[in-house]
Design a binder for this molecule. Structure first.
Ligand code: AKG
Length: 243
């Protein structure tokens, strides 16, 4: 991407709360991730209850192949837009997935992080972005994410989101497998029913301004793996749990 393209996408994130980066991951990488993902979620389902409503899982993912690929977490287009929006020294603080399984229902309209000053009506610049990458094609049949662009990331939290959202125009993230959706953590969204017979996984990476403490668990990786990373990746992962 050239400078003007990056600037345009960054402006979309600032104003609309999101941008789409089509064809982010190559199909063979998506396929390898999907195979591993399906095995992991089957194991989780065998031992744990659903944790995001009926037939819906949030699942942390291992920082290991096929997921821990620079083409994913250090993608030049993602980092260029991210740095244009949240500054030149982002930290990567979350790697997980959201998956409606067949039978999943609507979630409540929500944001993925807290507001810095929830008691005030200030609208602040972005301090965290989430990159979602679906591993299958998404549609209204299999529960594509619904979101409310155009300013909900700038609204105070003391509003009735559920009620207001009904009066506003939403969009569905009907993405192709391997596309990227980069969105402000604050933008309103919700999971929707999965009427298909297959699960609909979204990978999620969160990048934040270096001073922001995201509420969720950070990625974890062995010392030897961390030491083998390049300088940029080590910097991105400086708050990861190294064991
Ligand atoms: O990926 C989705 O369908 C929505 C997931 C979500 O927003 C959540 O579980 O908090």
């Amino acid at each position: 991407m050239n400078e003007a393209e990056v600037a345009l996408l960054a402006e979309q994130v600032r104003v609309d709360g999101y941008c789409v980066l089509p064809g982010l991951l190559p199909p063979d990488r998506v396929q390898a991730m999907l195979v591993r993902f399906e095995a992991l979620i089957a194991e989780k389902q065998a031992r744990e209850a659903f944790n995001r409503g009926e037939h819906r899982f949030q699942m942390y993912l291992p920082w290991a192949p096929p997921f821990s690929a620079p083409v994913f977490y250090e993608h030049p287009a993602v980092l260029a837009v991210t740095e244009a929006v949240i500054g030149s020294d982002p930290a990567l603080v979350y790697f997980a997935s959201d998956t409606p399984l067949p039978g999943a229902d609507y979630q409540r309209v929500h944001s993925d992080t807290r507001l810095l000053f929830p008691e005030a009506a200030h609208s602040l610049p972005a301090y965290g972005l989430v990159l979602n990458v679906p591993l299958v094609d998404c549609s209204e049949e299999n529960g594509s994410l619904e979101f409310w662009p155009g300013g909900t990331h700038l609204l105070p939290s003391a509003v009735d989101r559920e009620r207001l959202a009904q009066t506003m125009q939403s969009r569905r993230a009907n993405l192709k497998a391997g596309d990227g959706l980069l969105r402000d953590l604050r933008m309103w969204h919700r999971g929707t029913p999965n009427h298909s017979t297959r699960l609909r996984p979204h990978l999620a990476l969160v990048y934040v301004r270096p001073w922001y403490r995201f509420e969720q668990e950070v990625p974890a990786l062995p010392r030897a793996d961390y030491d083998a990373l390049g300088e940029r990746a080590q910097r991105l992962l400086r708050y990861a749990k190294i064991y």
